[in-house]
Design a protein around this ligand. Structure first.
Ligand code: TXA
Ligand code: MG
Length: 313
């Protein structure tokens, strides 16, 4: 398909060339697909914000190969070290204080002393990160406030030919964005994800709570609505009329042209993996309304419900 390139040594060289020349490309990660650009380059950062139509105040996550690559950019602390050992590389993003002499331009984190950093686990993105001389700013590869992409085709669906190069890595393993934890001061979860606050609390041996309005930190009310397919969504519904798409979970639901089961076997991880794919499919089929059954609110279900609430806002 146009603009979509398979994972091959030749295409990885092409990808690196794009990045070395301050261009922005589509890349797979284990969570969602992202738009990657040189995190030390103002030119690349500007392109990312423009393509995504992202509010300038909404900071980006910087992706590193390993701890060594991070050392010039952020101050680390004990809590970070403990979590890094247990969860990185993986779907966890840390908010840390940015170093004064860091090469990260202030466009990445306007008006903030902190930066968000992540060490992705996906093999393809790790191969890219290993052989370039800079970290990558990688927000999710969707137009701001819309559904995040979980396949290379979704990235094409979002940007069409505006992005010249998308590296294909199949469907993403997790399907929801990384957990974001603020480690400046008392640890707080800013965005739930595959790694739960319970797991984090266990490692840190202290209770980590989920912040209800994380974006207050950046700009009040900025992103209450997010992950949106652009049609009304109603949550916790027991049934649905045939005209609305009905998102269900578990084996008790029958098949039907408007029924979309996130996981017939009731597997929460499978449901997470299917959520954005399903929302995008429903939007593209032309449904005007979505009803969703109650999704269990534990483990990754907390992240699923967080995204559904924001999509429904
Ligand atoms: O799984 C992920 O994290 C994906 C993949 C591509 O790595 N990336 C991603 O990026 O979700 P993005 O830009 O769509 O979401 C970044 C989130 C935003 O909610 C942003 O406000 C927050 O991280 N963030 C970034 N820097 C921050 C900072 N210094 N303080 C607080 N929040 C920050
Ligand atoms: Mg995003």
């Amino acid at each position: 398909m146009k603009n979509i390139y398979k994972n091959s040594p030749k295409n990885l060289i092409l990808a690196r060339n794009y990045l070395n020349n301050n261009n922005v490309i589509g890349v797979p990660t284990e969570t969602v697909y992202g738009l990657a650009g040189n995190a030390y380059s103002n030119v690349a950062i500007k392109k990312i914000y423009k393509l995504k139509k992202r509010p300038k105040k909404n900071p980006l996550i910087i992706h590193y190969y390993d701890l060594k690559a991070l050392q010039n950019d952020a101050y680390i602390n004990d809590k970070f070290t403990k979590l890094y050992k247990r969860f990185s590389p993986g779907p966890l993003t840390y908010i840390l204080v940015k170093k004064k002499n860091s090469k990260i331009p202030s466009l990445v984190n306007p008006n903030l002393k902190t930066i968000a950093v992540r060490f992705p686990k996906n093999k393809i993105i790790r191969k890219l990160l290993k052989d370039i001389k800079f970290p990558l700013a990688i927000p999710s590869a969707n137009i701001s406030s819309r559904i995040s992409p979980v396949s290379s085709g979704d990235v094409l669906d979002e940007f069409g030919t505006k992005i010249k190069f998308i590296l294909n890595g199949g469907f993403t393993k997790i399907g929801l964005e990384s957990t974001v934890i603020n480690l400046c001061g008392k640890p707080k979860l800013l965005r739930p994800g595959a790694i739960s606050n319970k797991e984090i609390s266990k490692v840190l041996k202290t209770k980590v709570s989920i912040v209800a309005k994380p974006m207050k930190l950046v700009s009040p009310g900025l992103l209450k609505r997010h992950y949106s397919p652009g049609i009304p969504i109603k949550l916790n519904k027991k049934k649905s009329d045939n005209k609305a798409a009905f998102i269900v979970f578990g084996k008790k639901y029958k098949k039907g042209s408007n029924i979309f089961n996130l996981s017939k076997s009731g597997d929460m991880k499978e449901a997470a993996r299917n959520l954005y794919k399903t929302l995008r499919k429903i939007k593209n089929l032309g449904f005007k309304k979505i009803n969703v059954v109650k999704i269990p609110n534990n483990k990754i279900g907390i992240a699923i419900n967080d995204r559904l609430r924001k999509a429904a806002y």
